[in-house]
Design a protein around this ligand. Sequence first.
Ligand SMILES: *Cc1c(COP(=O)(O)O)cnc(C)c1O
Length: 453
Amino acid sequence: MWNSLNSCSLQLYLFLSLLFLFDEGSRFPKLHLLMSSARFLSFEQAREIAQQFGSPVYVYDEASLMKAADRLLAFPNPFGLTARYAIKASSNGALLNLFHQKGIHFDASSEFEVYRAIQGGIPADRISLSSQEFPEDISGLVDLGISANACSLSQLKAFGEALPGGELGLRVNPGVGSGGTLKTNVGGPSSSFGIWHEVLDEAAAIIQEYSLKIVRVHSHIGSGSDPKVWVKAADLTINQVRRFPEVTHLNLGGGFKVGRMPGEASTDLQVVGELIKLALQTFADETGRKLHLEVEPGTFLVANSGCLLATVQDKVHTGDCGHVFLKLDGGMTDILRPTLYAAQQPMTVMPVSDQVPVAEEPVIVVGHCCESGDLLTPDESDPGLLKERSLQKAEIGDLFIIDGAGAYCSSMNAKNYNSFPELPEVLVRSSGELVLIRQRQTLEQILQNEIPL
Ligand SMILES: *Cc1c(COP(=O)(O)O)cnc(C)c1O
Protein backbone atom coordinates (compact mmCIF):
# COMPACT_ATOMS: atom_id res chain seq x y z
CA MET A 1 0.00 0.00 0.00
CA TRP A 2 2.66 2.49 1.04
CA ASN A 3 4.91 3.87 -1.65
CA SER A 4 7.88 6.18 -1.76
CA LEU A 5 5.75 9.30 -1.42
CA ASN A 6 4.20 8.07 1.76
CA SER A 7 7.33 6.79 3.38
CA CYS A 8 9.10 10.08 2.74
CA SER A 9 6.47 12.30 4.28
CA LEU A 10 5.74 9.69 6.90
CA GLN A 11 9.28 9.83 8.25
CA LEU A 12 9.16 13.57 8.30
CA TYR A 13 5.91 13.79 10.13
CA LEU A 14 6.96 11.24 12.71
CA PHE A 15 9.97 13.39 13.41
CA LEU A 16 8.21 16.74 13.39
CA SER A 17 5.15 15.55 15.20
CA LEU A 18 7.15 14.78 18.29
CA LEU A 19 8.43 18.31 18.43
CA PHE A 20 6.01 20.74 16.93
CA LEU A 21 2.54 19.46 16.30
CA PHE A 22 1.02 21.44 19.09
CA ASP A 23 1.21 25.19 19.00
CA GLU A 24 3.22 27.60 21.07
CA GLY A 25 0.39 28.96 23.15
CA SER A 26 -0.60 25.58 24.40
CA ARG A 27 2.90 24.51 25.34
CA PHE A 28 3.14 27.51 27.62
CA PRO A 29 -0.38 27.77 28.98
CA LYS A 30 -1.20 30.91 30.87
CA LEU A 31 -2.93 28.82 33.47
CA HIS A 32 -3.55 31.50 36.01
CA LEU A 33 -4.88 34.10 33.61
CA LEU A 34 -7.24 31.71 31.89
CA MET A 35 -8.69 30.36 35.07
CA SER A 36 -9.45 33.69 36.62
CA SER A 37 -11.33 35.31 33.73
CA ALA A 38 -13.55 34.29 30.86
CA ARG A 39 -11.96 33.82 27.45
CA PHE A 40 -13.32 36.89 25.69
CA LEU A 41 -16.14 38.42 27.77
CA SER A 42 -15.40 40.99 30.44
CA PHE A 43 -17.55 41.23 33.58
CA GLU A 44 -19.07 44.43 32.23
CA GLN A 45 -19.93 42.94 28.84
CA ALA A 46 -21.43 39.83 30.46
CA ARG A 47 -23.59 41.93 32.72
CA GLU A 48 -24.73 44.14 29.87
CA ILE A 49 -25.59 41.15 27.66
CA ALA A 50 -27.58 39.44 30.41
CA GLN A 51 -29.47 42.67 31.09
CA GLN A 52 -30.20 43.39 27.47
CA PHE A 53 -30.92 39.90 26.10
CA GLY A 54 -31.64 37.79 29.19
CA SER A 55 -30.00 34.63 30.49
CA PRO A 56 -29.06 32.08 29.34
CA VAL A 57 -27.69 33.27 26.01
CA TYR A 58 -25.01 32.22 23.54
CA VAL A 59 -22.36 34.82 22.82
CA TYR A 60 -19.90 34.84 19.88
CA ASP A 61 -16.88 37.07 19.46
CA GLU A 62 -16.30 38.42 15.97
CA ALA A 63 -12.65 39.28 16.59
CA SER A 64 -11.82 35.69 17.64
CA LEU A 65 -13.82 34.25 14.73
CA MET A 66 -11.91 36.40 12.26
CA LYS A 67 -8.58 35.49 13.82
CA ALA A 68 -9.37 31.80 13.42
CA ALA A 69 -10.50 32.43 9.83
CA ASP A 70 -7.21 34.17 9.03
CA ARG A 71 -5.25 31.26 10.46
CA LEU A 72 -7.26 28.77 8.43
CA LEU A 73 -6.83 30.77 5.22
CA ALA A 74 -3.06 30.68 5.80
CA PHE A 75 -3.05 26.84 5.65
CA PRO A 76 0.09 25.96 3.65
CA ASN A 77 -0.63 24.67 0.15
CA PRO A 78 1.41 24.39 -3.05
CA PHE A 79 -1.37 24.55 -5.70
CA GLY A 80 -4.32 26.45 -4.25
CA LEU A 81 -6.60 26.20 -1.25
CA THR A 82 -10.33 26.21 -0.60
CA ALA A 83 -11.09 26.58 3.09
CA ARG A 84 -14.57 25.49 4.10
CA TYR A 85 -16.54 25.89 7.31
CA ALA A 86 -18.42 22.79 8.49
CA ILE A 87 -21.87 24.30 9.02
CA LYS A 88 -22.97 21.75 11.62
CA ALA A 89 -20.49 23.10 14.18
CA SER A 90 -22.67 26.21 14.64
CA SER A 91 -25.24 27.00 12.00
CA ASN A 92 -26.43 30.56 12.60
CA GLY A 93 -26.65 32.43 9.28
CA ALA A 94 -24.89 35.45 10.76
CA LEU A 95 -21.79 33.34 11.42
CA LEU A 96 -22.03 31.81 7.93
CA ASN A 97 -22.13 35.30 6.46
CA LEU A 98 -19.11 36.47 8.43
CA PHE A 99 -17.14 33.51 7.05
CA HIS A 100 -18.55 34.04 3.54
CA GLN A 101 -17.31 37.64 3.59
CA LYS A 102 -13.86 36.29 4.46
CA GLY A 103 -13.88 34.09 1.34
CA ILE A 104 -14.51 30.85 3.20
CA HIS A 105 -16.64 28.17 1.53
CA PHE A 106 -18.90 25.65 3.28
CA ASP A 107 -19.32 21.97 4.07
CA ALA A 108 -22.90 20.78 4.59
CA SER A 109 -23.83 17.55 6.35
CA SER A 110 -27.40 17.34 5.07
CA GLU A 111 -29.55 18.80 2.32
CA PHE A 112 -31.20 20.92 5.00
CA GLU A 113 -27.88 22.56 5.82
CA VAL A 114 -27.45 23.28 2.12
CA TYR A 115 -30.85 24.97 1.87
CA ARG A 116 -30.31 26.78 5.15
CA ALA A 117 -27.04 28.27 3.90
CA ILE A 118 -28.56 29.23 0.54
CA GLN A 119 -31.50 30.90 2.28
CA GLY A 120 -29.02 32.85 4.36
CA GLY A 121 -27.38 34.22 1.21
CA ILE A 122 -24.52 31.77 0.61
CA PRO A 123 -24.06 31.06 -3.13
CA ALA A 124 -24.66 27.37 -3.90
CA ASP A 125 -21.32 27.01 -5.68
CA ARG A 126 -19.60 27.69 -2.35
CA ILE A 127 -21.21 24.63 -0.75
CA SER A 128 -20.14 21.01 -0.81
CA LEU A 129 -22.29 18.22 0.60
CA SER A 130 -21.01 15.12 2.41
CA SER A 131 -23.95 13.48 4.13
CA GLN A 132 -24.70 10.20 5.85
CA GLU A 133 -28.20 10.31 4.40
CA PHE A 134 -28.35 10.83 0.65
CA PRO A 135 -30.48 13.87 -0.21
CA GLU A 136 -33.90 13.33 -1.71
CA ASP A 137 -33.30 15.68 -4.62
CA ILE A 138 -29.66 15.39 -5.61
CA SER A 139 -30.36 16.62 -9.17
CA GLY A 140 -31.96 19.78 -7.81
CA LEU A 141 -29.00 20.44 -5.54
CA VAL A 142 -26.45 19.86 -8.28
CA ASP A 143 -28.47 22.11 -10.62
CA LEU A 144 -28.23 24.84 -8.00
CA GLY A 145 -24.44 24.51 -8.22
CA ILE A 146 -23.33 22.62 -5.12
CA SER A 147 -20.61 19.98 -5.30
CA ALA A 148 -21.51 16.59 -3.90
CA ASN A 149 -19.44 13.81 -2.41
CA ALA A 150 -20.66 10.23 -2.51
CA CYS A 151 -20.12 8.78 0.95
CA SER A 152 -21.00 5.13 0.27
CA LEU A 153 -21.32 2.75 -2.67
CA SER A 154 -25.12 3.04 -2.60
CA GLN A 155 -24.87 6.84 -2.64
CA LEU A 156 -22.54 6.60 -5.63
CA LYS A 157 -25.04 4.38 -7.43
CA ALA A 158 -27.94 6.68 -6.54
CA PHE A 159 -25.96 9.64 -7.90
CA GLY A 160 -25.29 7.69 -11.11
CA GLU A 161 -28.99 6.83 -11.49
CA ALA A 162 -30.00 10.48 -11.01
CA LEU A 163 -27.19 12.13 -12.95
CA PRO A 164 -25.45 9.73 -15.35
CA GLY A 165 -22.23 11.27 -16.69
CA GLY A 166 -22.20 13.71 -13.75
CA GLU A 167 -19.30 15.11 -11.76
CA LEU A 168 -18.78 14.39 -8.09
CA GLY A 169 -16.35 13.63 -5.30
CA LEU A 170 -15.77 10.40 -3.39
CA ARG A 171 -15.53 10.35 0.39
CA VAL A 172 -13.19 7.53 1.32
CA ASN A 173 -12.55 5.90 4.65
CA PRO A 174 -8.76 5.71 4.42
CA GLY A 175 -8.55 2.92 7.03
CA VAL A 176 -7.55 5.01 10.05
CA GLY A 177 -9.53 7.34 12.24
CA SER A 178 -9.04 9.56 15.25
CA GLY A 179 -11.33 11.69 17.36
CA GLY A 180 -11.37 13.28 20.79
CA THR A 181 -13.73 10.44 21.78
CA LEU A 182 -15.01 7.26 20.12
CA LYS A 183 -18.21 9.14 19.38
CA THR A 184 -16.34 11.64 17.24
CA ASN A 185 -14.03 9.18 15.48
CA VAL A 186 -15.31 8.83 11.92
CA GLY A 187 -12.54 6.85 10.23
CA GLY A 188 -11.17 3.31 10.45
CA PRO A 189 -12.96 -0.04 10.60
CA SER A 190 -15.35 0.99 13.40
CA SER A 191 -16.73 3.88 11.42
CA SER A 192 -19.49 3.88 8.78
CA PHE A 193 -18.35 7.12 7.15
CA GLY A 194 -17.06 7.11 3.57
CA ILE A 195 -16.26 4.31 1.16
CA TRP A 196 -13.98 1.75 2.79
CA HIS A 197 -10.58 1.90 1.05
CA GLU A 198 -10.62 -1.81 0.23
CA VAL A 199 -13.82 -1.61 -1.82
CA LEU A 200 -12.75 1.21 -4.12
CA ASP A 201 -12.65 -1.31 -6.99
CA GLU A 202 -16.39 -1.69 -6.59
CA ALA A 203 -16.67 2.09 -6.66
CA ALA A 204 -14.65 2.12 -9.90
CA ALA A 205 -17.14 -0.31 -11.46
CA ILE A 206 -20.11 1.92 -10.54
CA ILE A 207 -18.25 4.97 -11.84
CA GLN A 208 -17.72 3.19 -15.16
CA GLU A 209 -21.30 1.91 -15.33
CA TYR A 210 -22.71 5.45 -15.07
CA SER A 211 -19.83 7.27 -16.83
CA LEU A 212 -19.31 9.39 -13.73
CA LYS A 213 -16.44 11.83 -13.47
CA ILE A 214 -14.67 11.79 -10.09
CA VAL A 215 -13.09 15.20 -9.59
CA ARG A 216 -12.44 15.13 -5.87
CA VAL A 217 -11.24 12.64 -3.27
CA HIS A 218 -12.42 13.47 0.22
CA SER A 219 -11.74 12.13 3.70
CA HIS A 220 -12.65 13.27 7.19
CA ILE A 221 -11.50 11.00 10.00
CA GLY A 222 -12.89 12.58 13.15
CA SER A 223 -13.26 15.60 15.40
CA GLY A 224 -10.46 16.43 17.79
CA SER A 225 -8.08 14.16 15.90
CA ASP A 226 -4.59 13.27 16.96
CA PRO A 227 -2.51 15.33 14.49
CA LYS A 228 -0.22 12.36 13.80
CA VAL A 229 -3.14 10.21 12.73
CA TRP A 230 -4.59 13.14 10.76
CA VAL A 231 -1.40 13.46 8.72
CA LYS A 232 -1.28 9.71 8.21
CA ALA A 233 -4.89 9.71 6.97
CA ALA A 234 -3.99 12.57 4.63
CA ASP A 235 -1.12 10.54 3.17
CA LEU A 236 -3.37 7.51 2.68
CA THR A 237 -6.00 9.70 1.03
CA ILE A 238 -3.52 11.33 -1.36
CA ASN A 239 -2.47 7.84 -2.34
CA GLN A 240 -6.07 6.99 -3.29
CA VAL A 241 -6.06 9.84 -5.82
CA ARG A 242 -3.80 7.67 -8.03
CA ARG A 243 -6.78 5.47 -8.90
CA PHE A 244 -8.79 8.37 -10.27
CA PRO A 245 -7.05 10.19 -13.14
CA GLU A 246 -9.64 12.98 -13.40
CA VAL A 247 -9.36 14.09 -9.77
CA THR A 248 -8.20 17.69 -9.45
CA HIS A 249 -9.22 18.39 -5.83
CA LEU A 250 -8.20 16.76 -2.57
CA ASN A 251 -10.41 17.45 0.45
CA LEU A 252 -8.89 16.42 3.77
CA GLY A 253 -11.90 17.25 5.94
CA GLY A 254 -11.66 18.96 9.30
CA GLY A 255 -10.97 17.49 12.71
CA PHE A 256 -8.19 19.80 13.91
CA LYS A 257 -8.02 19.54 17.67
CA VAL A 258 -8.67 22.74 19.60
CA GLY A 259 -7.75 22.91 23.28
CA ARG A 260 -10.61 24.35 25.26
CA MET A 261 -9.30 23.87 28.80
CA PRO A 262 -6.21 25.71 30.07
CA GLY A 263 -3.10 23.75 29.09
CA GLU A 264 -4.98 21.55 26.61
CA ALA A 265 -3.09 21.31 23.32
CA SER A 266 -4.30 22.59 19.94
CA THR A 267 -3.17 21.45 16.51
CA ASP A 268 -0.90 23.97 14.80
CA LEU A 269 -2.23 24.29 11.24
CA GLN A 270 1.06 25.69 9.98
CA VAL A 271 2.95 22.59 11.06
CA VAL A 272 0.36 20.08 9.86
CA GLY A 273 -0.06 22.12 6.67
CA GLU A 274 3.64 22.09 5.83
CA LEU A 275 3.56 18.29 5.89
CA ILE A 276 0.55 18.23 3.56
CA LYS A 277 2.20 20.77 1.27
CA LEU A 278 5.25 18.57 1.02
CA ALA A 279 3.16 15.49 0.32
CA LEU A 280 1.24 17.30 -2.45
CA GLN A 281 4.48 18.59 -3.95
CA THR A 282 5.99 15.11 -3.92
CA PHE A 283 2.81 13.75 -5.51
CA ALA A 284 3.03 16.40 -8.24
CA ASP A 285 6.72 15.68 -8.90
CA GLU A 286 5.89 12.04 -9.30
CA THR A 287 2.65 12.21 -11.28
CA GLY A 288 2.56 15.70 -12.81
CA ARG A 289 -0.78 16.29 -11.06
CA LYS A 290 -1.11 19.50 -9.06
CA LEU A 291 -3.95 18.91 -6.64
CA HIS A 292 -6.03 21.78 -5.31
CA LEU A 293 -6.31 21.38 -1.54
CA GLU A 294 -9.51 21.72 0.48
CA VAL A 295 -9.87 21.63 4.28
CA GLU A 296 -13.17 22.02 6.08
CA PRO A 297 -12.96 22.39 9.84
CA GLY A 298 -15.87 23.35 12.06
CA THR A 299 -14.32 23.22 15.51
CA PHE A 300 -11.17 25.12 14.52
CA LEU A 301 -13.14 28.15 13.33
CA VAL A 302 -15.59 28.54 16.20
CA ALA A 303 -14.78 26.45 19.29
CA ASN A 304 -13.13 29.17 21.35
CA SER A 305 -15.10 32.06 19.84
CA GLY A 306 -18.36 31.24 21.56
CA CYS A 307 -19.55 30.93 25.15
CA LEU A 308 -22.71 30.12 27.01
CA LEU A 309 -23.62 32.91 29.41
CA ALA A 310 -25.91 31.56 32.14
CA THR A 311 -26.97 32.37 35.68
CA VAL A 312 -26.62 30.41 38.92
CA GLN A 313 -30.32 29.94 39.76
CA ASP A 314 -29.94 27.68 42.79
CA LYS A 315 -27.30 26.33 45.14
CA VAL A 316 -27.78 23.23 47.30
CA HIS A 317 -25.61 20.83 49.24
CA THR A 318 -25.94 17.18 50.15
CA GLY A 319 -24.19 17.07 53.51
CA ASP A 320 -20.74 16.13 54.71
CA CYS A 321 -20.34 13.18 52.39
CA GLY A 322 -21.96 14.97 49.46
CA HIS A 323 -21.29 18.01 47.34
CA VAL A 324 -22.15 21.64 46.83
CA PHE A 325 -24.22 21.91 43.63
CA LEU A 326 -24.59 25.00 41.47
CA LYS A 327 -27.73 24.80 39.34
CA LEU A 328 -27.69 26.90 36.18
CA ASP A 329 -30.63 28.27 34.22
CA GLY A 330 -29.28 26.36 31.20
CA GLY A 331 -27.98 22.84 30.72
CA MET A 332 -28.28 19.91 28.34
CA THR A 333 -31.06 21.78 26.54
CA ASP A 334 -28.32 24.16 25.37
CA ILE A 335 -25.00 22.35 25.69
CA LEU A 336 -24.69 18.58 25.38
CA ARG A 337 -20.96 18.01 25.05
CA PRO A 338 -20.41 17.28 28.77
CA THR A 339 -23.32 14.80 28.82
CA LEU A 340 -22.46 13.21 25.50
CA TYR A 341 -18.66 13.14 25.54
CA ALA A 342 -17.74 13.91 29.16
CA ALA A 343 -16.27 17.05 27.57
CA GLN A 344 -14.47 19.45 29.88
CA GLN A 345 -15.42 23.10 29.39
CA PRO A 346 -13.81 26.13 31.07
CA MET A 347 -16.14 27.77 33.60
CA THR A 348 -16.04 31.18 35.21
CA VAL A 349 -18.21 32.61 37.98
CA MET A 350 -19.00 36.29 37.53
CA PRO A 351 -20.37 37.62 40.81
CA VAL A 352 -23.07 40.25 40.48
CA SER A 353 -21.98 41.94 43.68
CA ASP A 354 -19.22 44.42 42.94
CA GLN A 355 -16.59 43.04 45.28
CA VAL A 356 -14.65 40.25 43.60
CA PRO A 357 -14.49 37.27 45.94
CA VAL A 358 -11.16 35.51 45.98
CA ALA A 359 -12.25 32.35 47.79
CA GLU A 360 -12.78 29.22 45.73
CA GLU A 361 -14.93 26.23 46.54
CA PRO A 362 -15.22 22.78 44.99
CA VAL A 363 -18.62 22.41 43.33
CA ILE A 364 -20.62 20.22 40.98
CA VAL A 365 -22.28 22.23 38.22
CA VAL A 366 -25.59 20.93 36.89
CA GLY A 367 -28.19 22.09 34.40
CA HIS A 368 -31.87 22.83 34.86
CA CYS A 369 -33.37 19.59 33.55
CA CYS A 370 -35.06 16.97 35.70
CA GLU A 371 -32.44 14.41 34.79
CA SER A 372 -29.25 13.61 36.68
CA GLY A 373 -27.52 13.24 33.31
CA ASP A 374 -27.74 17.03 33.02
CA LEU A 375 -24.27 17.26 34.52
CA LEU A 376 -21.87 19.97 33.35
CA THR A 377 -18.83 18.87 35.37
CA PRO A 378 -18.49 15.16 34.57
CA ASP A 379 -15.36 13.14 35.13
CA GLU A 380 -13.33 12.83 31.89
CA SER A 381 -13.70 9.07 32.04
CA ASP A 382 -17.49 8.87 32.19
CA PRO A 383 -20.21 11.49 31.52
CA GLY A 384 -22.27 10.04 34.39
CA LEU A 385 -19.56 10.43 37.04
CA LEU A 386 -19.45 13.60 39.11
CA LYS A 387 -16.21 15.54 39.30
CA GLU A 388 -15.88 18.54 41.56
CA ARG A 389 -14.53 21.72 40.00
CA SER A 390 -12.87 24.40 42.09
CA LEU A 391 -14.52 27.69 41.16
CA GLN A 392 -14.86 31.14 42.66
CA LYS A 393 -17.47 30.93 45.37
CA ALA A 394 -20.83 31.60 43.72
CA GLU A 395 -24.19 32.76 45.03
CA ILE A 396 -27.65 32.53 43.54
CA GLY A 397 -27.98 35.23 40.89
CA ASP A 398 -24.30 35.26 39.88
CA LEU A 399 -23.48 35.08 36.19
CA PHE A 400 -21.73 31.95 34.98
CA ILE A 401 -19.76 31.53 31.77
CA ILE A 402 -19.08 28.26 30.01
CA ASP A 403 -16.30 28.92 27.52
CA GLY A 404 -15.13 26.87 24.55
CA ALA A 405 -18.80 26.59 23.60
CA GLY A 406 -18.70 27.87 20.02
CA ALA A 407 -18.67 24.45 18.30
CA TYR A 408 -21.28 21.68 18.63
CA CYS A 409 -23.12 23.49 21.42
CA SER A 410 -25.87 25.80 20.17
CA SER A 411 -26.26 23.52 17.11
CA MET A 412 -26.21 20.21 19.01
CA ASN A 413 -28.23 19.82 22.20
CA ALA A 414 -31.36 18.38 23.77
CA LYS A 415 -33.38 21.34 22.55
CA ASN A 416 -36.83 21.77 24.12
CA TYR A 417 -36.39 18.94 26.62
CA ASN A 418 -38.50 19.87 29.68
CA SER A 419 -39.99 22.41 27.21
CA PHE A 420 -37.23 24.94 27.82
CA PRO A 421 -36.96 27.32 24.86
CA GLU A 422 -34.04 27.49 22.43
CA LEU A 423 -31.57 30.21 23.42
CA PRO A 424 -30.91 33.54 21.80
CA GLU A 425 -27.49 34.20 20.26
CA VAL A 426 -25.57 37.46 20.44
CA LEU A 427 -22.56 38.53 18.41
CA VAL A 428 -19.99 40.87 19.94
CA ARG A 429 -18.80 42.84 16.89
CA SER A 430 -15.13 43.75 16.59
CA SER A 431 -16.25 47.31 17.34
CA GLY A 432 -17.71 46.17 20.68
CA GLU A 433 -21.30 46.57 19.48
CA LEU A 434 -23.71 43.85 20.64
CA VAL A 435 -25.94 42.36 17.95
CA LEU A 436 -28.76 39.88 18.50
CA ILE A 437 -28.43 37.16 15.84
CA ARG A 438 -31.16 34.83 17.12
CA GLN A 439 -34.16 35.53 19.31
CA ARG A 440 -35.14 33.39 22.26
CA GLN A 441 -37.72 30.83 21.20
CA THR A 442 -41.24 31.37 22.51
CA LEU A 443 -43.64 28.80 23.96
CA GLU A 444 -45.86 29.33 20.92
CA GLN A 445 -42.96 28.35 18.67
CA ILE A 446 -42.30 25.22 20.72
CA LEU A 447 -45.93 24.23 20.28
CA GLN A 448 -46.52 25.40 16.74
CA ASN A 449 -46.47 21.99 15.05
CA GLU A 450 -48.55 20.16 17.62
CA ILE A 451 -52.03 19.20 16.61
CA PRO A 452 -54.35 19.24 19.63
CA LEU A 453 -57.03 16.56 19.89
C1 LIG B 1 -18.12 17.41 11.02
C2 LIG B 1 -17.38 17.44 9.75
C3 LIG B 1 -16.32 18.33 9.58
C4 LIG B 1 -15.83 19.26 10.68
O1 LIG B 1 -15.25 18.58 11.74
P1 LIG B 1 -14.50 19.41 12.92
O2 LIG B 1 -14.00 18.35 13.82
O3 LIG B 1 -15.53 20.26 13.57
O4 LIG B 1 -13.43 20.19 12.30
C5 LIG B 1 -15.69 18.36 8.36
N1 LIG B 1 -16.06 17.54 7.35
C6 LIG B 1 -17.06 16.65 7.48
C7 LIG B 1 -17.45 15.79 6.34
C8 LIG B 1 -17.75 16.56 8.68
O5 LIG B 1 -18.74 15.69 8.82
